[in-house]
Write a protein that binds this ligand. Sequence first.
Ligand code: NDP
Length: 680
Amino acid sequence: MSALLESYAGGRWFRAADEGQPLLDAATGEEVARISGRGLDLGAMVSYAREVGGPAIRALTFHERAALLKQLAAHLSADKDPLYALSYRTGATLRDSQVDIDGGFGTVFSYASKGRRELPNDTVYIDGDTERLGRGGRFLGQHVFTSRPGVAVQINAFNFPVWGMLEKLAPAFLAGLPSIVKPASQTAYLTEAVVRRIIDSGILPEGSLQLLAGSAGDLLDHLGVHDSVAFTGSAHTAGVLRQHPSVLHGGLSLGVEADSLNCSVLGPDVAVDDPEFDLFVKGVVTEMTVKAGQKCTAIRRAIVPASMADAVTEAITARLAKTTVGNPANPDVRMGALASLAQREEVRKAIEALRSSADIVFGDPSSVSLVDADAERGAFLSPVLLRARPGATEVHDVEPFGPVSTLITYDSVEEAIALAARGRGSLVGSVVTNDPDVARSLTLGLAPWHGRILVLNRDDAPEAAAAGGHGSPLPVLVHGGPGRAGGGEELGGIRGVLHHMQRTALQGSPDMLTAITNRWTTGSERVVGDVHPFRKSLAELRIGDTIESDYREVTLADIEHFAEFTGDTFYAHTDPEAAAANPLFGGIVAHGYLVVSLAAGLFVEPNPGPVLANFGVDNLRFLTPVKAGDAIKVALTVKQITPRSSADYGEVRWDATVVNRAGEPVATYDVLTLVAKTQG
Ligand code: NDP
């Protein structure tokens, strides 16, 4: 008998007392492992996550969490071969396994990088600018995100045992939430192998990650406000979960990513010898065969102009005829097995349902010729292409979760959009066209029905293919779709982190907001000391430290000199008559960049010191024109301090406010500098 999978619960590996259910190799039917969660105390797992994991993660800043994710991704990437070996047993080819395994590790790397670059080195995330709520500027509003003291539970599908876990784990961890992972039983042995590596590495704080190998049991009974369940799987199970009392009455948040009848639309502009024709055909065939079509993002509906249907059918058929099916570990094989014999039966049933209004034009659901494999023992299925008859309805309702796609024809762009919409909400749609007007019409028509749209033409095709094409969710783009696709949203860079956090609108005085957010807020105290802030290291600088300059007059000679020197001789700076006629200026004004340059001259401390470089300016606005003879002064205040963990310097964001003699704001902006951590 094969080994019983263990759960990782409450800081130790747990083995059920019974023999468990066998999990069979998708290609050979041999037993790979057994699974049982009998006897596991799921309530205790939830408490452990809340009491041990959560506090340990939230003691870290976003940057510290990001650094651990980076370390973890590097650790996991070091030795992938044993994971590929296990992955073959799920029916996946090497190419499929790379999507799952490398794709999963890549997602963790991506979140590590986003977390470092786009989140502060803090535990509170500032959302947008302050809002003035009173006339005097003493009462402001500021949105912030904070970590919830809860648990992120993930209930995953069988098709991506590694990516499915990691694409949810990484954003939840960054958000400060511990995760409990419940993989689909069918392929849980691969998830368990990766969890074991993560736990053995000791990289994540204890309690950050627990594994439930076995059924979900009464897990949801223990969850409530601040907890979330991210579910990927069938619409049926999603419906069961939506009815759970913890969701209905307990404040438990449920994100669903269920089945989706994704489409690819061939534009009416595309002719058979256009590159877009091939791109369309390749896209459909790739999505039918990668993971044997067991992808939530696969193209189930290929929507083509009626006049192109025969040509498209022929081209897809020719490619499918070359697809070798069989032992996924054999390098000559293009398409492996479905996850299980039961899953193959499901797909066959779905094909039967489709056949009531569509005809099979390629493939035979009951027989397939195989390379190096046994059709009785393994869950192999031929790719099957169908062509919908006019008025077909099943194609918009039935999801064959396998290597199956159906051609549907349209006569106008409006009809193509209406057909796509009949899927009632999908994860992803492709628009294949080289006509910008068609691209706009189709995309705007399809967008409300889709979480993601790939607009494919000869220009972006090579890079789009390298990025995984239609079927690959990317960590930086949102994944999820409306309606039938579940209505959930994951990934999308930092958006995926913020989904797990609580947004709160704060109202208060500038000083209070500065203290709470660790970012200097306009109107807060400016601290002017004896030491120029440019002479202070990162360790010595404090939020609010300020240099206030004296006034400097801006003369006509300054303006003329700047115009001549830079070549910026725009009439408002050089031609008195034309400038006088300008409705905004009414005469010669200083260049905005002259004002900013003079301000730099006013606040600079010229000698070598801890300030290493100026790396940019954010939010620059010129608010009041400066005329010859006006004077300006600047206040430069430390707004935000962000040490870099991987360097001996950090970033300092300064608020720069330039005013004229009347005290009117002339220019406001943030100056971005790199400052040494210590005096050196
Ligand atoms: P399921 O919905 O049955 O299973 C998905 C996950 O939910 C698994 O982890 C499963 O655990 C768990 N689960 C099942 N019942 C419950 C429950 N009552 N409470 C809590 N968790 C539960 O989907 P399948 O994996 O069986 O796939 C069936 C169909 O779903 C496919 O044919 C396809 O149409 C669709 N699907 C869609 C996917 C997508 O990405 N959108 C991915 C995979 C499937 P366990 O495995 O232990 O039963």
